[in-house]
Design a protein around this ligand. Structure first.
Ligand code: FAD
Ligand code: SF4
Ligand code: SF4
Length: 482
């Protein structure tokens, strides 16, 4: 077969077609179209098959990117799917929502002066095609084992661990307090980045493979951790982080100042066809309002773009650092700007003005000072630089911390770090409680879907070692499981 690779000299970077902003503003559908097969092959063929592929090094799953690009370029899509799914439980989701500019694509060293290979969109294309052609199968173990595991949290960490453990033959039950599986992939991340059918078809597949889902089940309310430890041979905690950081100050108790997750959950539920009284009453609907979003991370980007689609009159994002120093993906900022969002960089909110409901945010200009020990320039308020931004709805997207799990789960002996995340032994992936493992944001702090998948897969390996040792009647301590 003729060599289809190394075509980057003659073939430029072309993402799948992006819908025009004016059209995007009117609906919640994903903004990129699917690759045409010929375009996917052409773009995959731009890869120069590096001897040391930095794309792979910087993918948290160490996906075998050069190999699946080569197979795609050669039209061998089923094999490309086999390679891609060997290291990733949800390639079609990571292909859509990883911040590739900071991970694989940002480290693609194709050749100086040429733009990176469009790795994420090829990854999405491979698995979407695999679903269409029926190549994606439910996890089917070669033999059934007697031992059972309980997984708390049906987000990407819990789902990845559930699939890996089911493949090995364990009986797997996933508990989640929400009514649908998927965690933040369902109720946090909006449709225009990740359509919900894409997530739901994954959880359906896991259920078809024999994984039991117990929705509307909240650990701490419906059972204690001790109950689950009695019920199962091992337990995984993958409950994410949900305690919203807040801002205090004059006027912070006024009406129409809401937390980002409350706002996004309502919007996502509406999209899923649920009854959402808080949305229907207008309280959590941006239509006809001047919206101000506080924060500069992925959550803030999702809020501003949701508000645009709901028909806000204006949408402004206030962030205390500048564009280069924001935590959110640059690609998302570009999308938001195209859709009409205004960024007010280097500005920090200080007070909220209004009678009963907010009418304006009072903010100050910021100067970025000298870097601190972490290397980040510290924001300093410029004296006397106050200004007001009019607002009918203020959305706070300032980040998340872990809840107090030892208290909530009735397990005071569960050790946490000084940030409140669960403490684990990094060799065994086990918490301070025998047979209780942890993965995802609850260990790492607010992070990314791809890291949650990685943690879920690692935790599944740790649990497998532990359960084998337990079945063999060996010691069941963390050391014995190594
Ligand atoms: P989660 O996805 O949070 O899942 C935890 C699950 O545990 C939830 O279903 C929850 O209901 C359940 N649970 C919690 N407590 C209990 C309990 N006591 N009992 C039972 N169940 C419980 N990452 C990206 O890679 N790309 C993005 O574009 C992106 N955008 C984001 C946008 C928003 C708005 C937010 C908030 C996050 C975004 N992230 C993004 C981050 C990403 O969603 C998370 O890092 C990832 O989902 C963490 O996975 P997890 O499995 O650890 O937890
Ligand atoms: Fe890139 Fe994410 Fe896919 Fe890894 S999982 S190759 S980082 S898009
Ligand atoms: Fe191909 Fe870029 Fe990865 Fe090199 S770094 S193997 S060119 S995708």
């Amino acid at each position: 077969m003729a060599n289809k690779m190394l075509s980057f000299v003659g073939v430029g970077q072309r993402m799948p077609d992006k819908r025009l902003p004016a059209e995007r503003r009117r609906d919640f559908r994903e903004i990129y179209a699917e690759f045409e097969p010929a375009r996917a092959a052409e773009q995959a063929g731009r890869c120069s098959q590096c001897g040391v592929p930095f794309c792979q090094v910087h993918c948290p799953l160490h996906n075998n990117i050069p190999d699946w690009l080569k197979l795609t370029a050669e039209g061998r899509l089923e094999e490309a799917y086999e390679v891609s799914s060997a290291t990733n439980n949800i390639p079609e989701i990571c292909g859509r929502i990883c911040p590739q500019d900071r991970l694989c694509e940002g480290n693609c060293v194709i050749e100086k002066g040429f733009e990176s290979v469009t790795i994420g969109s090829v990854e999405k294309y491979i698995t979407d095609t695999a679903f269409e052609r029926g190549w994606v199968k439910p996890p089917r173990p070669r033999r059934e084992l007697d031992q059972s595991v309980g997984i708390v949290g049906a987000g990407p960490a819990g789902m990845a661990a559930a699939e890996q453990l089911r493949r090995k033959g364990y009986k797997v039950t996933v508990y989640d307090r929400y009514d649908r599986a998927g965690g933040l992939m369902i109720y946090g991340i909006p449709n225009f980045k990740l359509e919900k059918d894409v997530v739901l078809r994954r959880s359906r597949l896991l259920a078809e493979g024999g994984i039991q889902f117990r929705q509307n089940f909240e650990l701490g309310r419906d059972a204690t951790l001790a109950d689950l430890r009695q019920r199962h041979d091992a337990v995984l905690i993958a409950t994410g982080v949900y305690k919203a950081r807040d801002i205090q100050g004059p006027g912070s108790g006024l009406g129409n100042i809401v937390q980002a997750m409350r706002y996004l959950v309502a919007s996502n539920r509406k999209g899923l066809g649920d009854e959402v009284p808080e949305f229907d009453s207008g309280a959590l609907n941006a239509e006809g309002k001047r919206v101000v979003v506080l924060g500069g991370g992925d959550t803030a980007m999702d809020c501003v773009r949701t508000a645009v689609r709901q028909g806000a009159v204006s949408v402004k994002c206030l962030y205390r650092r500048d564009r280069a120093n924001m935590p959110g993906s640059q690609r998302e900022v570009k999308h938001a700007e195209e859709e009409g969002v205004e960024f007010v960089w280097l500005s920090a909110p200080e007070a909220f003005l209004g009678d009963r409901e907010v009418q304006a945010v009072r903010a100050s200009r910021i100067h970025l000072g000298v870097p601190d020990a972490t290397g980040r320039q510290q924001p300093q308020v410029i004296e006397g630089s106050h200004f007001n931004v009019e607002a009918d709805l203020v959305i706070k997207a300032l980040g998340f911390d872990p809840d107090d799990l030892p208290t909530l789960f009735g397990a005071p002996e569960l050790e946490v770090t000084r940030w409140g995340t669960l403490s684990i032994d990094h060799r065994t992936l086990m918490t301070s409680l025998d047979g209780v493992f942890a993965a995802g944001d609850i260990v790492r702090g607010a992070s990314l879907v791809v890291w949650a998948v990685r943690d879920g897969r690692d935790a599944a390996e740790g649990m497998h070692r532990y359960l084998r040792a337990k079945a063999a009647g060996a010691g069941v301590t963390a050391q014995a499981a190594e």
